[in-house]
Design a protein around this ligand. Sequence first.
Ligand code: SF4
Length: 353
Amino acid sequence: MARHPITDALSDWYATHARDLPWRVGPAERRAGVRPDPYRIWLSEIMLQQTTVAAVKAYFTRFTALWPDVAALAAAEDAAVMAEWAGLGYYARARNLLACARVVARDHGGRFPETEDGLLTLPGIGPYTAAAIASIAFDRKATVMDGNVERVMARLHAIETPLPAAKPELKTRAADLTPEDHPGDHAQAVMDLGATICTPRSPACGICPVLHHCAARKAGIAADLPRKTPKTAKPTRHGIAWIARREDGAWLLETRPPKGLLGGMLGWPGTDWTESDPAGTPPVEADWQDPNLEVRHTFTHFHLRLALRIATVPDTASPTRGHFVPKHEFRPAALPTLMRKAFDLARPAFQPD
Ligand code: SF4
């Protein structure tokens, strides 16, 4: 099948303008026969789900230094991986990351499956990630759809149907442009265009390599696309976190249950998060103070307002939940973002060490 002129224009542009990313094998290296490492592609794709490239780079570098291949990650301690993941959010992904590494190491001889169908059988890999890995790591013809690709397709073809209803049509358009040869480079070219030129609010059409093929640009509606169906407002939930410090400086923390939000992560004992007044029993007997501090945090489906209570307790205190982490072992950076915010807010309310 003849290549579409848009595909050719993108390919020429990518050859000289590809972003330099730590997990990427760039177009020049690809031409020299270098093949991407599926482990690195997979790890980057999991980290990039709803997180920016800029935020992921440092995490990716640390992860690959600690665990350079899938066998090393499969053998890692759960707690060590969760601690390194802290701050990236969406902790279910970190658990799936480990589960996936272990399945690949145990059931696939340490090699990732090469097809979308094979990849879809692995924990934590959905249609987008399967297509991205098949395409980028194995050069399989797959249609990789993310927010960047949807935006570029909506604009190139001036598709005014709002998202999410437009998704099937956008996918068809993206599939039509995907070439038989080097589909992985093509997928990355579209993503790069969306990330660097065809950006959400102010597309730089003047320097765009597909300017002359773009229907939205011609119609003067580029910045208005893709249209979106208005979102329903997120509810607000409320909770209380109890932050206790022993006189010797140890902090009372607990490992959250494996299922649910922040599952398996370390955090401050607290109430359930509810839309009405939260209720619960503090984890240790103490003279609990209300310092009038509240952490605000937004999860995918709700906003959370977490009120803090603080107490200093004797070294003999015996909690009904959680365990005291000695001062020299406590690493605030290993806490998930919400719990870290709570610590940062509460810390000044305690006596200095
Ligand atoms: Fe996006 Fe403008 Fe290029 Fe069209 S011409 S693809 S709107 S940057």
